[in-house]
Design a protein. Sequence first.
Length: 296
Amino acid sequence: MMRKRLLISLPVFLACLSGWLLLSGKPSLWQDLTQKSEKERTGYNLVPILCFHDVNGAGPYSVSIQEFRTYLDILKKENIRVWPLKKIMEYHRQNRLMEQPTMAITIDDDFENIARVAAPILREYDYPATFFVYTRDINKHPRGGMAWEDLKRLLAEGFDVQNHSHTHTAFHEPRPFESKDQFAARVTQEVVTSREILEQNLPGNKIWAFAYPMGYYSPYLESRVREAGYDLILTVDANPVDLTSNFTGIMDRYTIQKEYVDDPMAMFYKQIAYARQKYSSAEVAQVEEGPDHGLK
């Protein structure tokens, strides 16, 4: 009974305290109490989003099974938390900082290995991931490669499946001799029809994110993707997400690769350094205000 009375009286006490501080001409104390948490807000504001492609395949953007495991082992060893992409988007919208270093994992394209090799390994590590697929080459039967059955299994296992266009070709600008209407229709197929195909074949899975194929984009394509109602657009511009910046609906990813960078592992550790960078709003405010030299 005593505990209940105290809980009921707390709001009354705070209201009385606020009134007394205002009447006594000491509002600054109340402001200090209410604003202290914001002034001293600390955490981790940079969140790299990793982009893998073919696992156990070939090509400059592929990694072997052992290389894939090595990357995941490093994340575990360095205490980097792996979160779902959608949750990071929600934090960005709210400008909420991370309590610990955090990254997201995404995997692009329709290689059957990503569903049948990469996904089981991710489950071993208990890491979430978002798979971006293009609809043209998804097969009805698993014997033909990536199939709808594979994607349904990924969803059942807790992974996310989102849109990477229909043909995985460059459609950020018109082709030679392509009319304006023809180009617009082609973009509609890549951005709108592809989502309809995914949602029809994966019932209950909302398509809310679109990843530019090969990273190609233009102001026109961006406007069409936004017009289609996607919550998030993904590039491969390699910048970590800054949770303190205004959410624009676009987030960048860092592509894991082995031929177009001098030292792939050094670049991977650079992403870890981003994630471990500490942020303090109090320190930022101090820098913005500058030192007080007593000048009036």
